[in-house]
Design a binder for this molecule. Structure first.
Ligand code: PRP
Ligand code: 7HP
Length: 181
C-alpha cells in the first residue's frame, strides 16, 4: 500500500469533491471582488494548496501575500498561543483583504489574526476557509465563505498535516487515532 495511506482511517472528501467546491468558491469570490483587486492572505502552511487552487479559480486581478502563524506545533490540540512566524510583505491599509485558511477548528488562530489585521485598517477583511469544524469552537467566529463543514475528527491532506506530514495527499482523510495516540 502507498505509505502515506497507511495512517488514513477513511477518505472524508475526495479530490473531485474538493475540486468542484474550489471552483464554486472561486466563482463566488470573483463576482464579489471583480473590481476590488483583493489581497488574498494565505495562512501558511496549511492553506498553501487551497490558496493555489482557489486563486486560479478566481479569474480577476488579485494579489497574494503570505503569513505564517503557529498554534499547533506537533500536536493535534491547539495550544491557544499563536505566534507570528512570518508577517505580510504588503501594507493592507485601505485594501480589500481575504484571509484564506485551510481549517477553522477552535478559532483561536483566526481570532488572533483578525484582531491583528484589523489594527492595520484594511478597507474590508473577510475569511474564506475550506473546512470548518464548528463543534470545537472556543471563540465566536463565523467564516464569510466556507467549503465544507466537517465533524470533530482530525483530518489530513490537501495542505493539512499531522506532525508536518500528509500535506501532499490529494484528498482529505481522517487520521487513524492510533497514529497520534
Ligand atoms: C492549523 C490550520 C489553522 C489552525 C486552525 O495551523 O492551518 O491555521 O491550525 O486551528 P484553530 O482554529 O484551532 O486555531 P497549524 O498551527 O497547525 O499550522 P500549519 O498550517 O503550518 O499546519
Ligand atoms: C488544525 C488541524 N490540522 C490538521 N487537521 C485538523 O483536523 C486540524 N484542526 N486544527
Amino acid at each position: 500500500m502507498n505509505k502515506l495511506m497507511t495512517d488514513v482511517h477513511e477518505i472524508l472528501l475526495t479530490r473531485e469533491e474538493i475540486e468542484d467546491k474550489v471552483q464554486e468558491l472561486g466563482k463566488t469570490l470573483a463576482a464579489e471582488y471583480y473590481d476590488k483587486r483583493p489581497l488574498l492572505v494565505c495562512v501558511l502552511k496549511g492553506a498553501l494548496i487551497f490558496m493555489a487552487d482557489l486563486s486560479r479559480a478566481m479569474n480577476i486581478p488579485l494579489e497574494v501575500d503570505f503569513m505564517a502563524v503557529s498554534s499547533y506545533g506537533v500536536s493535534t490540540k491547539s495550544s491557544g498561543v499563536v505566534r507570528i512566524l512570518k508577517d505580510l510583505e504588503t501594507s493592507i491599509e485601505g485594501r480589500h483583504v481575504l484571509i484564506v485558511e485551510d481549517i477553522i477548528d477552535t478559532g483561536l488562530t483566526l481570532n488572533y489574526l483578525i484582531e491583528n489585521l484589523k489594527f492595520r485598517k484594511p478597507a474590508s477583511l473577510k475569511i474564506c476557509t475550506l473546512l470548518d469544524k464548528p463543534s470545537r469552537r472556543r471563540v465566536q467566529l463565523q467564516p464569510d465563505y466556507c467549503g465544507f463543514v466537517i465533524p470533530d475528527e482530525f483530518v489530513i491532506g490537501y495542505g493539512l498535516d499531522f506532525s508536518e506530514i500528509y500535506r501532499n495527499l490529494p484528498f482529505i482523510g481522517v487520521l487513524k487515532p492510533e497514529a497520534y495516540q
